[in-house]
Design a protein around this ligand. Structure first.
Ligand code: PXP
Length: 256
């Protein structure tokens, strides 16, 4: 696939589980949502098994592994417990994320540079098991270089600060964040890393990120699950795809 080829969409179904867990019980079922997302054109499904199991459960991961036709991107903290679970399931990809119990969502990128040695040992068995290892990371050269050195194949750039600045109407800050993301996606690509991006993306913020030629995949969850209340999951995903493809088409036209 060329660098400006099709941009993949990974749909994160964590917040279907959030709604289910608000009442306990079995509904809505995140595995059913994942299957529907695949039918609607998602190229993959992302699920984050948090240490506190606040949304996705161990049984959800079992169900996703059994039911999905396409790849599962399994998000997890770099802990021994999670490593065991990943090695048992051997999902297509493992995305390492930082986790703090008190946070509402994943707030920053993983600190790779300070933990380089531990993380290099941590990811080795995952890679040997055939999982693609991805690191959720800030647009920070030092962290990207460290991710490359430890043997990660993929980095996922954290788009949260860019999206927050947009939502707050702080457009100078938004444009600074966007410029850093653009520069670092080019830098990571030049090292041979595959570049993904995600967190907080909406219909309003997706196009500038989708237009980066080095970005191969976006992972989007909360907004799509929220939007599906109004238009249904399939149409919500369809509109996101349309915007991604529109942005990508603009990139191809300006490149050609
Ligand atoms: N990518 C990663 C690594 C994440 O941790 C999350 C949130 O779980 C997402 C993408 C999706 O973010 P959002 O739900 O805000 O679209």
């Amino acid at each position: 696939m060329s660098d400006t080829g099709k941009l993949r969409l990974g749909v994160n179904i964590d917040h279907v589980a959030t709604v289910r867990n608000a009442r306990g019980g079995a509904y809505p079922d995140p595995v059913r949502a994942a299957k529907l997302a695949e039918e609607a054109g998602a190229d993959g499904i992302t699920a984050h098994l948090r240490e506190d199991r606040r949304h996705i459960s161990d049984a959800d991961i079992d169900g996703l592994m059994a039911a999905l036709k396409g790849p599962l991107n399994f998000e997890m903290a770099a802990t021994e417990e999670m490593q065991k679970i990943a090695l048992c399931h051997k999902p297509h990809a493992v995305c390492l994320v930082p986790e703090k119990r008190e946070e509402r969502t994943t707030e920053g990128g993983l600190e790779v540079a300070r933990e380089e040695n531990r993380l290099a040992h941590f990811i080795a068995p995952l890679r040997e098991a055939g999982c693609r290892v991805s690191i959720f990371i800030a647009a920070d050269k030092r962290q990207i270089e460290a991710a490359h050195r430890i043997g990660a194949e993929v980095i996922e750039l954290h788009t949260g600060a860019y999206c927050d600045a947009h939502a707050e109407g702080n457009f100078e800050e938004r444009d600074r964040e966007l410029a850093a993301l653009r520069e670092m996606s080019g830098f990571a690509h030049s090292l041979g890393l595959e570049v993904h991006a995600g967190h907080g993306l909406t219909y309003d913020t997706v196009k500038p990120i989708a237009a980066f030629p080095e970005v191969k995949e976006l992972n989007i969850g909360h907004f799509l699950i929220g939007e599906s209340i109004f238009r249904g999951l399939g149409p919500a995903i369809g509109e996101m795809r349309r915007l991604m493809e529109e942005a990508r088409g603009d990139t191809l036209r300006s490149a050609g």
